[in-house]
Design a protein around this ligand. Structure first.
Ligand SMILES: Cc1ncc(COP(=O)(O)O)c(C=O)c1O
Ligand SMILES: [Zn+2]
Length: 393
């Protein structure tokens, strides 16, 4: 079963056949999966979702996998939307929620994209997968590749948190540590691996990770009882989460789920690596590479992104914004989330609370609005940061 009609280039609009192995369009831009939503809506009814399985595969009609036997499931998706009452009271926000993505397999939201991408790779007969990763994506790829019996090669910066490196090795992936950022890892990967013998699952260089990530938005709408939130704050690196969720809101509108309501999307980056923030402030359509990227939030150490124009478009279309948080603001926010809401999140998750405070301070968000922070990964994977924060080794 698949409702996929075609793949469409996000820049030049060229159409590509579904059911075939694809990376980028010939113009160098990412491909987006399009569905026959008029047919999908016959069974994908908001009112009937409650009986479906509590994983992202509940949105099967708007996912690209054709055969059930291709699906690699470790229980990804359908993470809780936590009503943050104590912290909300402190901030004057009665409708304040945390989407706790740490509860995914491998402890981060990256499981969503890689469950779908690896399942599609299986369906298309691909055996060897490779990617550069800031940490969490590598762990997720290694897990799904292990489940599929595929070989994964993961290129990571040397500073990647130990837990990420160790889980990849334990899961049987080939781990290559590289000096520099994720961009240098990508370069090294393309130089080392032999053409035609591996498939590139880098962010947005294949069309299906985005489809897994977009399910966060479907879930939020379901969890809010069929309403779109008014604002979402998302820690942005390569941008699949942000771009995927914006795509999902367009789909949900066509499916009659949201009545056209869409949230304002806010992107948060690290002060030491903020290419999207800089481009947004300048009113640019592309975000040039950030020199010498530095931050404790390894997932945000992404100096340039192939989907930059799509992120900037989503932020502008949604009347959102892009803003930066410093490492010390992220640490303080991690502590506050832990002490008030009982959640041990990663620095990227901390960044969303730091950004929220700035938005409230600047009057860009108001107290009555429904606001969601995306806590994208577990803090337990950042032992080095937890040691600093807790003062305990
Ligand atoms: C914990 C965490 N949050 C956010 C991001 C950024 O993700 P995206 O590629 O969706 O922008 C990453 C990427 O590595 C991450 O690991
Ligand atoms: Zn194109």
């Amino acid at each position: 079963m698949t409702f996929v009609t075609h793949l469409e280039c996000a820049r030049c609009g060229k159409l590509h056949d579904p059911g075939r192995v694809h990376n980028l369009c010939i113009c160098g831009a990412p491909l987006l999966v399009r569905y026959d939503l008029r047919r999908a809506v016959e069974t994908l009814l908001l009112g009937r979702m409650a009986s479906r399985e509590p994983t992202l595969w509940r949105y099967r009609e708007v996912l690209p996998v054709a055969q059930d036997s291709s699906i690699l499931c470790l229980g990804e998706g359908f993470t809780p939307l936590i009503h943050a009452r104590r912290l909300g009271k402190k901030l004057g926000l009665p409708n304040f929620y945390l989407k706790d993505e740490s509860q995914n397999p491998s402890g981060s939201f990256k499981a969503r994209g890689l469950a779908v991408a690896t399942s599609m790779a299986k369906e298309l007969g691909i055996r060897n997968l490779a990617m550069p990763s800031a940490g969490n994506a590598g762990g997720a790829l290694a897990a799904y590749a292990a489940k599929a019996g595929m070989q994964a090669s993961i290129y990571m910066p040397k500073e990647t948190p130990a837990a990420n490196r160790q889980e990849c090795a334990l899961l049987g992936a080939k781990v290559v540590l590289v000096s520099g950022s994720i961009k240098d890892c990508g370069r090294e990967m393309r130089e080392q691996l032999k053409e035609g013998e591996w498939f590139d699952v880098s962010t947005l260089r294949e069309p299906y990770r985005l489809e897994g990530k977009k399910t966060m938005a479907y879930e939020v709408v379901e969890e809010l009882g069929g309403r779109a939130p008014q604002a979402m704050i998302y820690p942005t690196g390569g941008g699949t989460g942000l771009i995927g969720m914006w795509k999902a809101f367009a789909e949900m509108e066509a499916l009659g789920w949201t009545g056209g309501a869409r949230p304002r999307m806010f992107s948060v980056q690290a002060q030491g690596c903020a290419p999207i923030v800089r481009a947004f402030a300048k009113g640019d359509d592309r975000a040039p590479e950030w020199e010498n990227p530095q931050t404790i939030a390894s997932g945000l150490r992404v100096p340039s992104a192939i989907g930059d124009f799509l992120m900037l478009q989503a932020l502008r279309e949604s009347r959102g914004a892009a803003l930066a948080a410093s490492d010390s603001e992220m640490l303080a926010a991690m502590r506050e989330l832990a002490e008030t809401e009982g959640v041990v999140t990663s620095p990227e998750g901390g960044a969303t609370l730091a950004a929220l405070k700035k938005l409230l301070w600047d009057g860009l968000l108001a107290g009555h609005e429904s606001i969601i922070l995306f806590l994208t990964a577990s803090g337990y994977k950042y032992q080095e940061v937890l040691e600093t924060l807790s003062g305990m080794s």
